[in-house]
Every structure is written in structure tokens, then in C-alpha cells.
Design a binder for this molecule. Structure first.
Ligand code: ZN
Length: 63
């Protein structure tokens, strides 16, 4: 995986990020489930949370 660099608010400089991926499930009113892939970015130097990026997954990704 390519190294990601983001501005860390604690270090106040660009730092390499530690990226972890989780899957979030959410049901709408009709009961249909939507799945989101959530990437969480933490500073590799001080471990502070920097940002998270959510992207919807296609239903076919569910397996
Ligand atoms: Zn930092």
C-alpha cells in the first residue's frame, strides 16, 4: 500500500498515516442494508486521529 501523508493537527506537519479499514452497515427505512467502507487515518508518529473517509460499497461486494 502506498504511504499516505496528511497534516497532523498535533504534530502540525505532514506525517505518514496509519490507515485502518472497517466496514459499517446501515439500514434505511425500507430495511435495505447499505454498506460503507470506512478508512480511518491516524498519525504514525503520535497516533492522534486525523480523519476518516467513507465510501459506499456496491451490494455485490457483500459476498
Ligand atoms: Zn502526529
Amino acid at each position: 500500500m502506498a504511504e499516505e501523508r496528511e497534516l497532523c493537527p498535533r504534530c502540525a506537519s505532514l506525517q505518514p498515516m496509519r490507515v485502518s479499514e472497517t466496514i459499517r452497515e446501515e439500514g434505511d427505512e425500507s430495511g435495505a442494508k447499505k454498506r460503507f467502507r470506512v478508512l480511518s487515518y491516524h498519525c504514525a508518529g503520535c497516533s492522534v486521529f486525523v480523519k476518516s473517509v467513507e465510501s459506499p460499497m456496491a451490494p455485490s461486494d457483500a459476498g
